[in-house]
Design a protein around this ligand. Structure first.
Ligand code: A3P
Length: 300
């Protein structure tokens, strides 16, 4: 599978448009027919997240759990975005996500998506595939999204922080409103035990505990040493310094503006929100989030 890193020129940032009621850019809809008709296999594991919720982190954890021992060469030769294809992506400089997934030699296949639950290709449900969903509190999520959109040209123009925050509250982000995404997946989980719903903040607080929960969901029983290896390898500093996980070799990202592995913290929102912005955001949040069972922490 050829990943052409030479063609880094992208003339303009993509525009947002409405796609089945969700804001999208063409990078995630150009290949839609193949996405919708994608043939999942029963042992596929779908990693689902809202953008910037910790997708790369959980992807690497799963990759280490499944292949860290059996295929150590993957760890040094294949960047994480090639090991874990991004299902709906069609960036043109890379093969589309469906094609990469179709050609993945591994079993299980780890496949990443940012799609809201209602847009997931039906074969994942038909095949009863396991899904690992990671959610992150809205305030840190929007901050991370802002810096990401500043540094990558595959995203719409972010504008200034105040405008970006308003757009986030209005749900005019790629992959739609955060509020609907986290709630939609949470509600689906109530009737689908094949969904394991995790929180970024819990992972920061106690990765050992979260890894145990994840392994029990997946039916894996790694040794103590293996678990330590996964926790160590997926630590923020190690992922930041690892060229296979830090996205440093991806075209179209300007690390002079912001790094992909930026801070990896809970509570960085406090360095961005003014008191007024925070109050307005909280007030709006209360109106948008009406499932009392879904609670996020903005500090740990
Ligand atoms: P920040 O921008 O707040 O630093 P995604 O992979 O979904 O795009 O999410 C990226 C966010 O997850 C970034 O957040 C990134 O730093 C953070 N992240 C990635 N790996 C991490 C790790 N090992 N520990 C904590 N945070 C991590």
């Amino acid at each position: 599978m050829e990943f052409n890193m030479e063609n880094t020129e992208r003339p303009t940032r993509p525009l947002l448009f409405d796609f089945h009621g969700v804001s999208m850019t063409h990078y995630f809809t150009d290949n839609w027919e193949k996405v919708q008709n994608f043939q999942a296999r029963p042992d596929d594991i779908l990693i689902a997240t809202y953008p910037k919720a910790g997708t790369t982190w959980i992807s690497y954890i799963l990759d280490l759990l499944y292949f860290g021992q059996s295929a150590p060469e993957r760890q040094t030769s294949l960047p994480i975005y090639q090991r874990v294809p991004f299902l709906e992506s069609d960036f043109h400089v890379f093969p589309p996500g469906t094609e990469v997934a179709d050609k993945l030699p591994t079993s299980p296949r780890l496949i990443k998506t940012h799609l809201p639950v209602q847009l997931i290709p039906k074969s994942f449900w038909e095949q009863n595939c396991k899904v690992v969903y990671v959610a992150r509190n809205a305030k840190d999520n929007v901050v991370s999204y802002f810096h990401f959109d500043r540094m990558t040209k595959v995203e719409p123009e972010p504008g200034d922080w105040n405008n970006f925050l308003q757009r986030f509250m209005d749900g005019k982000m790629v992959f739609g409103p955060w509020y609907d995404h986290v709630t939609g997946w949470w509600e689906k989980k109530q009737t689908h035990s094949i969904i394991h719903y995790m929180f970024y903040e819990d992972m920061i607080e106690d990765m050992g505990r979260e890894l145990d929960g994840l392994c029990s969901f997946l039916g894996l029983s790694p040794s103590v040493e293996e678990k330590e290896r996964v926790i160590e390898g997926s630590h923020f500093d190690n992922m930041k310094n690892n060229s296979m996980t830090n996205y440093s070799n991806v075209p179209g990202m300007d690390f002079k503006i912001s790094r992909f592995m930026r801070k990896g913290k809970v509570g960085d929102w406090k360095n961005h929100f003014t008191v007024t912005q925070s109050e307005q955001f909280d007030e709006h949040y209360q109106r948008k989030m009406n499932n009392p069972n879904l609670q996020f922490r903005t500090v740990v």
